[in-house]
Write a protein that binds this ligand. Structure first.
Ligand SMILES: [Mg+2]
Length: 145
């Protein structure tokens, strides 16, 4: 699958640290045959890819549509179909199908979200869904108002 990760608070903390397990999880997903992309609502985040040496793991860097998600992919030059999305903003994960993750702010050893993400993706590949509460099936956006 084409797996898209958000940047701020999904793989990157407020303190500029990478969420624990990010590189190892990217590697495992690639070894399983997936491609990893990163995107951000504030633009192309090559500086993050370079600073954390993710060049060999990431197949592309894009700007993320923060509204009218699928409709805006072409306008933003996203020429790869996002098949599974991991984001701390639940609407993004639900729009494309994927995983909502609690925001990551500071490096701490207690954060095991990357292992959880890997497990949910493995469930999804095997069965087309996941029992994990953080899984969001495509198109399940619940309106806030
Ligand atoms: Mg974010």
């Amino acid at each position: 699958m084409n797996i898209f990760f958000d940047v701020d608070y999904t793989i990157l903390g407020l303190d500029d640290s990478l969420r624990p397990g990010t590189k190892e999880t990217f590697r495992k997903l690639i070894d399983d045959g997936h491609s990893i992309y990163i995107w951000s609502g504030v633009g192309l985040r090559w500086e993050v890819v370079k600073k954390h040496q993710l060049e060999d793991l990431v197949s592309g860097v894009y700007e993320k549509p923060t509204h009218h998600h699928e409709e805006r992919l072409e306008e933003l030059g996203v020429d790869v179909t996002p098949e599974f999305v991991i984001d701390d903003y639940p609407e993004l994960a639900a729009a494309f199908g994927g995983i909502w993750v609690p925001p990551y702010f500071f490096r701490r050893t207690a954060d095991a979200q990357m292992d959880r993400i890997y497990g949910i993706i493995s469930d999804f590949v095997a069965t087309g869904a996941s029992e994990d509460k953080q899984f969001r099936a495509k198109g399940t956006t619940v309106p806030l108002f």
